[in-house]
Design a protein around this ligand. Structure first.
Ligand code: OSB
Ligand code: MG
Length: 368
């Protein structure tokens, strides 16, 4: 397919409620929405690099630079017929996985639409609906957290993940467990602890957590393997996993029993599928993480999470959990049994609401 035009939009979306993690508080989310035009079809993608380098070293500005100066020029005005071809062309560009993943996702949508099949089908998805959960930011008090969790449970969410940070960890988990002893519960530290905090981390073993996500450094694999031996609760890695190679290192070393896959963090759906397949053959369950995506990114996440080894519920929540007005139609809702339907239409299977996209765009650039 001839890649005729690519449009980048720096978007800013106001969150419904502030999202606090050990990395800081977010009031809004800035991402890059990417549209690839080819032969009368538009492929949509989302680059999940944020405004700040607090979760990942990439930011909206670094991703924009890499997209504009390196990733776009090698595919623009070229005839591109497969994702593998694109991966080859980008091979010499090191790192910048979120930038690559954003443009790769738009190309996946384009190819799925050109074949008139859903992105889920093109990726090898096998499920018509996926299990989902909700990721809740750090709340001012344990009681406020309990009230929030009860609200999400009544909305249908069957798996709760809470963010934790030193000083706002065990007391919150204990209060929640005293009130709700049987919910599926997991915690995410976003690298807020060290091996020196092993006493706090072993204390989580008393609360029947499904997993502890990324307790130690964002670039560590080795120390997680030491910590894992001291804990009963399974560890799950998020930040530390950027590739199939990292996954193999973590699994072989015993650093985690579960992997969180985010296509942005690992460079796209192609690398995500490799990680998924490796984990499947090694009996390592995976689940789909989230980056507070708009409906465009979320649609892709849902398609990827329809692959068979996404066994645990994903951080893929209803549109209205994040933003007052999503930019897609229909927006995503959850079913009463904590599942979400996988779109069946061509590509990402949802329409982009152009007027709503214009409202959230703060800058755009067209390449042709
Ligand atoms: O660590 O999983 C994380 C959001 C932004 C950056 C990092 C993380 C998150 C979330 C939100 O937990 C998950 C979602 O999109 O619902
Ligand atoms: Mg995480």
């Amino acid at each position: 397919m001839l890649i005729e035009k690519i449009e980048l939009r720096h978007v800013k979306m106001e969150l419904i409620t502030p999202f606090e993690t050990s990395m800081g508080v977010e009031l809004d989310e800035e991402h890059i929405i990417i549209a690839v035009y080819s032969e009368g079809i538009i492929g949509w993608g989302e680059c999940v690099a944020e405004e700040t380098p607090y979760y990942s070293s990439e930011t909206v500005k670094t991703a924009w630079h890499i997209l504009k100066d390196f990733l776009i020029p090698v595919i623009l005005n070229k005839n591109i017929n497969s994702i593998d071809e694109v991966i080859q062309l980008w091979n010499r560009i090191r790192g910048h996985r979120m930038a690559k993943a954003g443009l790769e996702s738009a190309l996946w949508d384009l190819f799925a639409k050109s074949k008139n099949i859903s992105l889920s089908k093109l990726l090898g998805g096998t499920k018509n609906s996926i299990e989902v959960g909700v990721s809740i930011g750090i709340q001012e008090t344990p009681q406020i957290l309990i009230d929030k969790v009860k609200q999400f449970l009544s909305d249908g969410y069957g798996r709760i993940k809470i963010k934790i940070a030193p000083g706002r960890d065990i007391s919150y988990v204990k209060a929640l467990r005293d009130e709700l002893p049987n919910i599926r519960l997991q915690v995410d530290a976003n690298s807020a602890y060290t091996l020196g905090n092993v006493n706090i981390l072993t204390a989580f073993d008393s609360y029947n957590l499904e997993l502890i996500e990324q307790p130690l450094a964002y670039d560590d694999i080795y120390e997680h393997s030491i910590l894992a031996k001291k804990l009963k609760t399974p560890l799950c890695l998020d930040e530390s996993i950027h590739s199939l190679g990292d996954t193999k290192a973590a699994v072989e070393l015993g650093s985690c029993k579960i992997i969180n896959i985010k296509p942005g963090r690992v460079g796209g759906y192609t690398e995500s599928k490799k990680i998924h397949d490796y984990c499947q053959s090694n009996n390592i369950p995976v689940w789909h993480g989230g980056m507070l995506e708009s409906g465009i990114g979320r649609a892709g996440n849902i398609a990827l999470a329809s692959l068979p080894n996404f066994i645990l519920p994903g951080d893929i929540s209803a549109s209205k959990k994040y933003y007052k007005h999503d930019i897609i139609d229909p927006s995503f809702d959850i079913n009463k049994d904590s599942t979400m339907n996988v779109p069946k239409g061509p590509g990402i299977g949802v329409e982009v609401i152009q007027s709503q996209l214009d409202v959230i765009t703060i800058y755009k650039e067209i390449f042709n």
